[in-house]
Design a protein around this ligand. Structure first.
Ligand code: WTA
Length: 588
């Protein structure tokens, strides 16, 4: 295979001057003092992302540029962000939230999402984020497992929550964001009265009564700060818990991988329902004092370019599917905008194909820098860097402080160019702390003194890592991680379906799409209308992004003798690959 190497000219202004040297010399202990931000040696990640700036020159600098889906614009300085999040912390305390309680956020990408997240961390509670696309089933699984005590959501989303309230025994309070009062509140005008909705309370009414003076909780470095549900091959989604010290690795990687500088305007297109939106839209990047752009609206090439132009974005962090979609919308569109503010481009979430790296050069005169990590790793672990040549298609080299290797089943390191399991040496600061209420699941990530990523890869003789694929059935569609089990469960709850098997099918644009194989109840006709009905059913019950784009009806699905559907076989059949050992299967 011919590899395209993008040679870099030495850039003396980049934060990382010499990768090899800095990697060798890196000592995390030299950074530890930074996060022990209180005299008693304790910490708080939200304090480090906001309040810490109040003592320095960033106090009145814009932390958040926000643009709503209808074009509304707002700015919050670090001071304003700090005060708003402290007030939210007090608001939560006033309604009974205590250290360690889970407070979940189910919101569109509006300022209150970011403010609430910080407020929750400031009082030592654990923040959980939820994608706006989630339906009742996805919400129930997460809110029930986490035992969330408070949910912060939006009146437009409430109907989805209401359906599952009887199942949520631990949920004591629901706060709705009364968006129409945002500006009234900011301008200290009287609030408009909100209509009564069940027992919900309204955010800005509560904010009016809350003080902005907050004693931020002093946390141990390894106290839990936030949690995210993510998917594996089997079972329901699992709650990955991260600690306050995660911010250390996130800050260092934001500096050296994303090359964030003090005066940068930075745009991360991710949603905080996903770990990227927490690590590099809230914690790591605000800890560095970057001005961050948040756009509430959906993907739209023209709008995206206009945002880069208008806000003079310097560093842009996005994802492969978006890059491929931008490329498909053509170079002529790019040329209509002045995008010369851009200095550094990065991408995460799924394999970045070489053409996309090179398209960056054609369109913006800059390559996209691929980097690799997971919800569980809490921050970037393998990356391409400003002053390091890029081998297009490679994920790059291990991040400072990270030891990565390719090993065989016994944990033995493999020679260059040999495919094996991608593993990491445990111990970096943003490594997950636990899987909520599933200690045995957490333990299953560690073998032979390695953290097992579940990905297959190889490294070449120059120590560049190349992604091969997942070792399990986890699906990555447009960068979103989807567990086949969740989709199968949603499918079989459809009144006309008996069984379902779900796989990721390679797709040029989205990396993979979800394909479902289903058997129908006796007498049900497999029609086109039924296909649409099933798609809508999954969208509505589970999540807008986790529905099968392709559905195939089958009389029978391949199963093991113990009755488990064999996705591996469905995938092999779909892709025309050898089907392997079938001796454990029931007659098929
Ligand atoms: C995949 C995302 C190839 C991988 C922050 C991983 C990637 C999973 C890359 C984690 C990349 C992420 N190249 N594959 N640069 N980045 N992945 O938890 O399979 O949503 O295990 O976190 O995405 O997905 P998650």
């Amino acid at each position: 295979m011919k590899v395209n190497i993008i040679k870099k000219k030495f850039n003396p202004k980049a934060n990382l001057k010499d990768y090899e040297k800095e990697y060798k010399d890196f000592d995390i202990n030299l950074f530890k003092a930074e996060i022990k931000c209180f005299p008693d040696g304790k910490t708080n990640a939200a304090y480090l992302a906001t309040d810490i700036h109040l003592k320095g020159p960033n106090k009145n600098k814009i932390a958040l540029y926000w643009e709503g889906e209808n074009g509304q614009e707002l700015k919050y300085s670090f001071l304003e962000l700090s005060e708003a999040s402290s007030k939210t912390g007090n608001l939560l305390k006033n309604i009974g939230v205590e250290k360690g309680d889970r407070v979940f956020i189910f919101l569109p990408r509006i300022p209150e999402l970011f403010i609430s997240f910080l407020g929750i961390l400031k009082i030592g509670a654990i923040a959980g984020t939820l994608f706006a696309a989630f339906g009742p089933q996805a919400l129930e699984d997460r809110l029930k497992n986490s035992g969330a005590k408070v949910l912060i959501t939006h009146p437009d989303f409430y109907s989805r929550v209401k359906k599952i309230l009887p199942q949520l025994k631990n949920l004591e309070k629901i706060i709705l964001i009364d968006e129409k009062n945002r500006v009234n509140f900011l301008e200290e005008k009287n609030l408009e009265k909100s209509p009564k909705i069940d027992n919900c309370q309204f955010y800005y009414s509560l904010m009016e009564k809350a003080s902005s003076k907050l004693k931020v909780s002093h946390m141990n470095l390894t106290d839990p700060a936030f949690m995210l549900y993510t998917s594996g091959t089997t079972g329901k989604p699992k709650g990955v818990v991260h600690h306050h010290q995660a911010i250390l690795h996130e800050k260092i990687s934001a500096k050296y991988v994303l090359d964030i500088k003090d005066n940068d305007v930075y745009w991360c297109t991710a949603d905080p329902g996903w770990v990227t939106g927490i690590a590099y839209e809230i914690l790591g990047t605000w800890a560095l004092g970057a001005s961050t752009l948040v756009y509430q609206g959906r993907f739209n090439p023209e709008k995206w370019y206009s945002l880069i132009e208008e806000y003079k974005v310097n560093v842009w962090y996005t994802a492969p599917t978006a890059i491929r979609m931008l490329a498909a919308s053509g170079l002529d569109l790019v040329k209509k905008f002045d995008l010369t503010s851009l200095r550094h481009l990065a991408s995460v979430g799924e394999p970045l194909n070489p053409e996309s790296v090179l398209w960056g050069i054609k369109a913006f005169n800059l390559p996209f820098h691929d980097n690799y990590w997971q919800t569980e790793t809490g921050g970037i672990v393998i990356a391409n860097y400003p002053n390091l040549d890029i081998k297009a298609g490679s994920m790059g080299k291990p991040m400072l402080g990270i030891k990565a290797a390719i090993v065989d089943k016994k944990g033995k390191k493999l020679k260059p160019n040999k495919e094996g399991a991608l593993v990491l040496k445990p111990g970096w600061s943003s490594m997950m702390k636990k899987i909520w209420r599933r200690p045995e699941k957490y333990q299953s990530y560690f073998k032979n003194n390695w953290y097992i990523t579940g990905d297959r890869a190889y490294k070449d003789k120059d120590n560049y890592f190349w992604f091969v694929g997942r070792a399990d059935d986890v699906i990555k569609t447009a960068g979103e991680r989807v567990g086949p089990f969740e989709v199968e469960s949603a499918l079989v709850s459809h009144p006309k379906i008996i069984e379902a098997g779900v796989i990721g099918k390679p797709d040029k644009m989205r990396g993979e799409i979800i394909k479902a194989f289903v058997t129908l109840k006796k007498g049900v006709k497999p029609t086109k209308t039924l296909v649409e009905d099933i798609k809508n059913y999954v969208k509505k019950h589970l999540a807008g992004h986790a529905y099968p784009r392709e559905i195939e009806f089958r009389d029978k699905l391949p199963k093991t003798r113990s009755g488990k559907i064999v996705r591996r076989l469905l995938k092999a059949q779909e892709l025309g690959l050898p089907i392997g050992d079938t001796s454990t299967l029931e007659d098929y």
